[in-house]
Design a protein around this ligand. Sequence first.
Ligand code: CU
Length: 170
Amino acid sequence: MATNFSRRGFLRTAVVTGGLFAGGALIAACGGGGESAPAQAPAASGAPVTLEIASKGDALEYDKTSFEVPAGSKVTLNLKNNASPGSGVHHNWVLVRPGTIDAVAADGIAAGEANDYLKPNDNRVIAHTKMAKEGEIVSVTFDAPAPGTYDFLCSFPGHATLMRGKFTVK
Ligand code: CU
């Protein structure tokens, strides 16, 4: 229950910040079938791609270290935190521009818990989920950036050295 509410809440945020997604959200709200009705999708919207990633139990590790998506995709990434209840181990998923991963992680620690361990309005960050608590699923929907190879990380203090990977658009 809480998990679903939190996912919907986040998607609502995504709709507000990205008007292009509104058409897709309406289709989903009507019970799916988006793939069989492409004519109803906004012309400017890319093909939808859904990616799943999770933490490996209580380990500070993602279960995937690379993704590849076609250029122009409308990407939805779902992150599941599989840490044990009460462990206090939280995770997020942050996509960043090449060469910025360590600086984003360091600035995230400085930004603190009140900012979800991300520097506010950081233009090095392309997309990010909120922090997922133990057992929680969080999502983010975004337009794939220009073709290239990007980095992703968890910005929770101390996690980025282990929780990171490559995100390729081609
Ligand atoms: Cu983490």
